[in-house]
Design a protein around this ligand. Structure first.
Ligand SMILES: Nc1nc2c(ncn2[C@@H]2O[C@H](COP(=O)(O)OP(=O)(O)OP(=O)(O)O)[C@@H](O)[C@H]2O)c(=O)[nH]1
Ligand SMILES: C=C(OP(=O)(O)O)C(=O)O
Length: 238
């Protein structure tokens, strides 16, 4: 895909930039979303799936009125190329630095630019995301540090810093509780598309029921008829 998608919004309100800058972290493709991989998954198929999930997430987030800009944080060269082709800014990450380190790094880089913006983090695996639901969550957050839990209630799909503050990400196991303990307000709206992060096949089916974005929707599904990687003599890491 080529061509610019949607330019960052330049709205200003008394010198303060309006809207949230959302950081979307993505692991290198061969390391990401291991729970969606089976023995039968080909490396290039897996890379396409992870890319499609992230593209649908980023493109949907960019349609939200309350989002000024979406920035991908990754060290993956193919992802960097794909997103830059779309006109999405990509911030560099150091390989294997970890999710929270990647987000702190992105927050720091944006802070160095000196614009007074509100920072948030959005998971890259929300392929059914609707911009209107993201808008609803940002509206409910008001100016407070806030988080949106995933549909299981344990993880976090969206973290918003309060305006002018650092993000202080606490992603990882039980991050919803960690963000709650850090003083963030729980966002309680019933935004199914914002809560449906995709870690497993079951999650992917749930996202499918909500309506997948166009990149994920067009991928072939099901690989039961194909021989497994060991059957065709593949070994080692993807
Ligand atoms: N830039 C960056 N992103 C990361 C890093 N670690 C995790 N992420 C991203 O953070 C998001 C949340 O992570 P998970 O939902 O656990 O996804 P995952 O680690 O790819 O999936 P599993 O291998 O199944 O655990 C995903 O979009 C990851 O790609 C990192 O070190 N750097
Ligand atoms: C890292 C997280 O994602 P997941 O629970 O989807 O692995 C998180 O929610 O903090």
């Amino acid at each position: 895909m080529t061509g610019r998608w949607i330019p960052p919004r330049e709205a200003q309100n008394g010198g303060v930039t309006v809207g949230v800058q959302l950081l979307v972290p993505i692991k290198p493709l061969h390391l990401a979303k291991t729970r969606l991989r089976t023995e039968r998954t080909l490396p290039e198929e897996h890379a396409e799936l992870v890319t499609a999930l992230a593209m649908d997430t980023v493109l949907a987030a960019a349609t939200a009125e309350r989002v000024r800009e979406v920035l991908v944080v990754t060290s993956d060269p193919a992802l960097t190329h794909r997103f830059r082709e779309l006109g999405v800014e990509v911030l560099p990450d150091s390989p294997r630095a970890g999710l929270n380190a990647a987000l702190r790094h992105g927050d720091h880089l944006l802070g160095e630019r000196g614009t007074k913006v509100r920072i948030g983090a959005l998971q890259a695996d929300l392929p059914a995301l609707r911009g209107t639901e993201l808008d609803g969550a940002i509206a409910e957050a008001g100016s407070e540090r806030s988080y949106c839990a995933d549909r299981q209630g344990t993880g976090t799909t969206l973290l918003l810093a309060s305006a002018g503050e650092a993000l202080r990400p606490g992603f990882g196991t039980d991050s919803a509780a960690a963000h709650h303990e850090s003083g963030a307000k729980a966002l309680l709206g019933s935004w199914a598309s914002l809560r449906c992060d995709v870690d497993t096949e079951t999650d992917l089916r749930a996202a499918e029921e909500l309506g997948l974005g166009s990149h994920t929707r067009k991928l072939p599904r099901g690989n039961e008829s194909r021989p497994s990687r060991s059957e065709i003599g593949c070994s080692g890491m993807m």
